[in-house]
Design a protein around this ligand. Structure first.
Ligand code: ZN
Length: 134
């Protein structure tokens, strides 16, 4: 498993409405999609920066992962996502290499992509996501 690029960087925010203007007005990026991901209890907003995206995450449930993160930290850098061809295979490979997983199998992420998270204990404390078409 070798990631092809950084698919996106996930940033937790208290409010998409309050966070989006920085990316649009200050950085001049365009928010091209806002999507709710029920499984993760978030609404996401996406910006393209070359091959990489910025994924803003707003909680839809205070008990969800992002809700708790924003409550505790006020929000900020949340995770980094690497693009891989096949998430299921990549998860098996990193587990075989000794990495602890949060997701043993891929689940549905935003933009119709499959995703799987690796445990920060195994990734130098950086929540790491693998992201791909299958
Ligand atoms: Zn993500």
């Amino acid at each position: 498993m070798t990631p092809t690029h950084i698919e996106h960087i996930g940033i937790a925010v208290a409010s998409l409405k309050e966070a989006i203007p920085f990316y649009e007005t200050v950085l001049g990026l365009e928010c091209y999609a806002i999507e709710e991901v029920k499984d993760q209890k978030v609404r996401t907003a996406f910006f393209r920066v070359g091959q990489t995206k910025i994924e803003l995450l707003e909680s839809t449930d205070p008990e969800g992962t992002i809700g708790k993160f924003v409550e505790k930290t006020g929000g900020g850098m949340h995770h980094i996502a690497f693009a891989v061809d096949d998430v299921a295979t990549a998860l098996k490979e990193v587990e075989a290499a000794g990495c602890q997983l949060i997701d043993k199998a891929p689940r549905d992420g935003a933009e119709g992509l499959k995703i799987g998270f690796l445990h920060p204990k195994s990734t130098n404390r950086v929540l790491t996501e693998l992201c791909g078409k299958k």
